[in-house]
Design a protein around this ligand. Sequence first.
Ligand code: AKG
Ligand code: FE2
Length: 464
Amino acid sequence: MSSTAASKTRRPPLDPALQELQAKVQSLVAPNFCTGTLPLDSSEGGLFYRKDGDGSNASFISFTDGVPQDEEILKLVEVCQQATFGRGEQDVFNESYRKAWKLETAQFSAQFDLARSGIMETVHDQLLHYEKNTMELEPQLYKLNVYGPGSFFKPHVDTPRSENLFASLVVVLPTAHTGGNLLLGKDGSLFDFDSSKLVFDPRTKAPQVAFSAFYSDIEHEVLPVEAGYRITLTYNLYLADTTMSIPKALSSDTLTSLKNAILGLVSDPKILPNGGALGFGLLYQYPINPKYQQDLAKFTGALKGNDALIRTACSSIGLAVAVKVKYRLERNKNPDWISERAHHGGYVDTYTLEDLGSCYFRKRGATPAVGPSGPTTTTDDDYSSTKEKALPLLWVTPHNKMVRTDAAFMTYGNEHHFGIAYGRLVLIAEVPPAPEREALLRREAEGTTQGEPGEGGDADKVDA
Ligand SMILES: O=C(O)CCC(=O)C(=O)O
Ligand SMILES: [Fe+2]
C-alpha cells in the first residue's frame, strides 16, 4: 500500500482538544527580539579607528562630546570599505542589495563596553527565556557599519556561520540621522526599530545607544537613510555552555495555559490510544552542519521563543521530547520523514493535518543529508520495508511559519559561509499508551511534576 493511500484512509476528523491545542500554539507570543536604549557615559563615548594595514596612525571620534559633525564622520568613512554580503558561497558587492560601509574589527576599538552595559542580561532574559539555564549567549563583535544618505540593506537573514549562532545584536551609536529604520520580520511585521529617534534622550537630549537583538533567522532589513549618518556596532550572539546559574522568572500564565491544552489532548484516551507522538513544526530555523550527520539526531542547542516554550511545556508535564530534522525523500513521491539515527526501535507512521501531507517518524534512519538551503533530500533503501512498524504521529502544527524559505531568499545572508545551513526542525513529544498516561495526568493534577525552570525545578529533569 502506498503511503499516500495509507494516510488518506487513516485521517480522522480533527479532535476538538487538538483544535484547541493548535489554536493555543498558534496564538503563542514568546519574545523573539528585544530593543532598548542606554545612556552613554563620556568615558565610553569614543571610537579609535585606523586605515587597513596602517599600524601607526589612529584617529578618534567621540559620540558624547557634542553630536559628531559630518566632516568627522566622513573621515571615518574614508578608512571604511564598501560592505559586501553573502550570496551562496561568496561575499559579493552589489549596491542594489546592500549599500553601506564597513570596518573590520582589526581596524577599530570602541570604548563602549557591551559586557559592562547590562544589555546582554536583557537579551539573555528575552531570547533564552524558556531555555535551560546552563546556556548563555556569548557576544562576538562583528563589524562597524556606517550608513550614509541613501545607504540601506535589503531583506535578509543573517548567515549561520556556526551551528551555535543564535541571535544578532545591533548597537546604534548616537549620531544625527533620519531614516535607516531596522525592520524586523517581513516588512517590519515584528518591529520597526527607528534608531534615529532613540539615540538622544527625548527630554535631556543626552546621547545614548539604542540596541536591537533578534534571532538571526528572522528576516530583517535596513531602510534607506534619508539624512545624516547611522553608525552601528554589530555582534553575533553564539550559544555557549555555562556553569553559572542564570536565574529565570518565567511568565507562567502562558506556560500553564499551554500545558493545560496539551493535557486536555492527551487526557482523551481516544487520542493515540496505543501511544505515539505529537509533532510540532518549529517556527524558527536553526543552523545545522550537514557534515556531522550523527549530531542531527540529537539537537542539543537552545530553542528560540515559542519553540522553547513548547518544549518546556511538553517536558514539564512528563512527555519525552526530542528535536528532529525533517527530511525529504528524493527518489519516490513519498512525503517528508523524520529520522533519529541515535535510537533503535520502532517507526512511527502518521495521520496528519491536510497541509502537511503525511510524514513518517522513524527511530532508526538511513543516511541523512542536508542541502545548502534547508530542505533536505536523501535516499533510503529500507524505507518501505520498515514503515509497517510505525506508530502514529499526530501533527499539532506545521513547520516554519515565521521563516521565508524560497530559494532565492535563502541564498542571501550578511556574509557567505561554507557548510552551515538553516534546517527545518520539528519537535516530537512521545505520548505513552492511554492506560500509562493516567499516572502522568494524576501526577500533574497532584502538582508532583517538576515546576517551571527558575522556580526551583528544571523541566528537562522530567524527560524520560
Ligand atoms: O544595521 C542594522 O540595523 C542591521 C544590520 C544587519 O542586518 C547586518 O549587518 O546584518
Ligand atoms: Fe542582518
